[in-house]
Write a protein that binds this ligand. Structure first.
Ligand code: NDP
Length: 482
């Protein structure tokens, strides 16, 4: 399967001769190729977006909302394709790809269609004048997305960006381009005006960096790793582009003695290992109040060991493969670091048991057992750096203050969860954590109207609901004296 760029309403061959292999994580086999796009491919896409912007930006909110609905309907008709392509491309279980990736991708377009249809300017009255605030398109947007939730995150950017009248150039991760290609098929099929949405495939250092640093791009919405985010910020800043950075995380799940133990074990396990722990919001450090530490750990390990790992295309699979050989290597390095740092493995740490249970077809895949490590200091590398895999560290704490101090002991500040039957304490502790989002007695329970984003090494800015509409627009205030 050879994919093509989508520029100015057409699937187009790239200008060079080079391709990048797309590998299936569950088998380690190449199954598709994407163009290694050149700067001139990026230029063409930006030019198409620039040409299309005035007319598209001139449509009413309700006309653009209608287009988002049309895209949502067509995407929904390809629900099963989204799930199976995403599962094959990322190695995640098919049930997860349906419930999370396919569902949310459609929901993102519907949600922003409704929001944009109802979106109005504001009026601020003074004694002798009125201020009229209107929201105008920013211009051409560069949308850069990672491999862990490919279409979920791309649709989260495309829908509000074009809904607010911008035109865009997308650059998905070279490792997971298939559903971005599917979105272009959908856009092509419904006949969205040419140039409104463009896509260039390629690698980050090439097409990605060329796109974000281009002088004719007005805004950059980037989701990815913290060190890449720093490069993106540096190349976007000389042109004073609007920029939103959704970066890495090292999130704590804080378990108090008064929690509902059964629900907490289930919730903390989901937070730790969903998508093989490859979600920026995953709770990869579990802080447990001393008096229930042993009881919690025993139940937690039982539940982790019962997770079914294997073929992502099987309905009953709960954990799939990691994204790539390099990433697996990086995660395993942290396992070695944990050993050096004095950690002891409560479960996992290797892939021997998994390998013996896999069919021959899956032997070349990137597998790792869910791993829980105790005995590490909360300021050890494994407990403070983002591992982004199925590896969790467990720590004890005595008081609320100590739990907050440990939770705040990383440079990241994206998310977290607190588990207690005392809801007032839950809120109090949540508000003590230096982070962007905290759930109490739940995790990844998303209301799309709420702000999403982090502080510190987890990024700059918020997306979601009215925050997305604000980011993907420029406000104008006109003050009229009566
Ligand atoms: P990367 O930072 O490696 O890549 C993200 C995207 O940026 C990819 O499309 C990549 O292209 C591209 N890219 C790489 N280098 C550059 C560059 N110099 N200029 C422009 N674009 C570039 O992240 P991963 O794909 O490895 O994703 C995992 C990371 O994403 C984790 O740290 C995770 O926490 C974070 N993340 C954050 C989320 C949030 O909302 N805060 C949500 C999901 C993930 P290519 O892959 O082709 O090289």
């Amino acid at each position: 399967m050879d994919l093509m760029n989508y520029v100015d309403g057409k699937f187009q061959a790239h200008t060079g001769e080079e391709w990048l292999d797309v590998v299936e994580p569950a088998t380690g086999r190449q199954f598709a190729r994407v163009p290694l796009s050149s700067p001139s491919d990026v230029d063409s896409a930006i030019l198409a977006a620039r040409r299309a912007q005035p007319e598209w930006g001139g449509l009413s909110h309700s006309e653009r909302a209608d287009w988002l609905e049309i895209i949502a309907d067509e995407l929904e008709s390809r629900y099963e394709d989204i799930a199976s392509l995403e599962s094959r491309d990322t190695g995640k279980p098919i049930s997860l790809a349906r419930a999370v990736d396919a569902n949310r991708s459609v929901a993102n377009f519907r949600f922003f269609a409704d929001m944009i249809r109802d979106h109005r300017g504001e009026v601020f009255e003074m004694a002798d004048a009125d201020n009229f605030v209107t929201y105008r398109p920013v211009g051409v947007g560069a949308l850069i997305t990672p491999w862990n939730l490919p279409l979920y995150l791309l649709s989260w950017k495309v829908a509000p960006a074009i809904g607010m009248g911008n035109t865009v150039v997308c650059k998905p991760s070279e490792m997971t381009p298939l559903t971005a290609n599917l979105l272009m098929e959908v856009i092509d099929k419904v006949g969205l005006p040419s140039g409104v949405v463009n896509l260039v495939h390629g690698n980050g250092d090439g097409a990605g960096s060329c796109l974000v640093s281009h002088s004719d791009v007005d805004l950059v919405s980037f989701t990815g790793g913290t060190s890449t985010g720093a490069k993106v910020a540096a190349s976007a800043s000389p042109h004073f582009k609007k920029i939103s950075l959704e970066l890495g995380g090292k999130n704590s799940s804080i378990v108090f003695a008064d929690c509902d133990l059964k629900k907490t074990i289930e919730g903390v396990g989901r937070a730790a290992f969903l998508n093989q722990g490859q979600i920026c919001l995953c709770g990869s450090r579990v802080l447990v109040q001393e008096s229930i530490y042993d009881e919690f750990v025993e139940g937690f390990i039982d539940s982790v060991e019962s997770l079914k790992i294997g073929d992502p295309s099987e309905e009953s699979t709960q954990l799939g493969a990691l994204i790539s050989s390099d990433h697996l290597q990086k995660v395993k390095e942290y396992v070695s670091i944990a050993k050096d740092e004095g950690g002891h493995f409560l479960t996992g740490g290797d892939d021997l048991k998994i390998r013996s249970s896999l069919s021959r077809d899956l032997e070349g895949g990137y597998w790792m057992a869910p791993t829980v490590i105790g005995g590490l200091s909360p300021d050890s590398r494994c407990s403070t750096e983002e591992i982004f895999g199925p590896v969790v560290t467990v720590h004890r704490f005595k008081t609320e203050e100590e739990a907050i101090e440990i939770a705040n002991g990383t440079r990241y500040g994206l998310a977290g969860s607190v588990w207690t039957e005392d809801l007032e304490k839950g809120r109090r502790v949540a508000e003590g954590i230096r982070t962007g989002m905290v759930w109490v007695n739940t995790w990844l329970h998303r209301d799309l109207r709420t702000p999403f984003g982090g502080v510190g090494d987890s990024g700059v800015g918020r997306e979601g609901g009215k925050w997305s509409l604000g980011f993907f627009s420029e406000t104008l205030n006109v003050c009229v004296k009566r």
